[in-house]
Design a protein around this ligand. Sequence first.
Ligand code: SIN
Ligand code: FE2
Length: 207
Amino acid sequence: MAEPMEIRGFRYWPGLLDAAAQAALVAELRAVVAAAPLYAPVTPGGRPMSVRMTSAGRLGWVTDRRGYRYEAAHPSGVAWPPIPASVLALWHGLTGLDRAPDCCLVNFYGEGAKMGLHQDRDEGDFTFPVLSISLGDEALFRVGGTDRRDPTESLWLRSGDVLLMGGAARLAWHGIDRLRFRSSRLLPGGGRINLTLRVVATSPSSS
Ligand code: SIN
Ligand code: FE2
């Protein structure tokens, strides 16, 4: 495995997945989305998000007027499909952990979609890292520190790039400012898919 670069405490493997691996992953994700369709989430404040979302795994991350949380089922009531084996292999290979992730959040960015600066903090144990895999169009990723006011820096995430947010960087603020729509030909209609693998380490919401 190639040595990762270090960016703000994140480990970064640019172009880790080659074109064949990216295409194979997209095929596996088509099956995920067929079982658990992408939906348009809203924030707890009622604002529609520009990304569309679904999940694979034991738990899926959801947001609606009731808040940010993990749920055992898709908003339609169907169970989340399993996390693709190739994604699990990447997780175990890069993190060195025996523990499997509970959730593979699938974010789809169409033209104009972005994601505001945030921390990933709905999980029960921040000693586990979050692994991020980018597919399709290039996206401008912004990363800061663990304080909202810390200075940020930006990098373009490209198809096949993998990022591990762990250690002190686990609670770093991060977001996606914009996309270079149709900069990649991986997805025929354009757009970007980002997968984030998370150990949730809490029981699903009982509500
Ligand atoms: C996220 O923070 O959930 C997504 C980050 C990304 O799209 O690269
Ligand atoms: Fe995030």
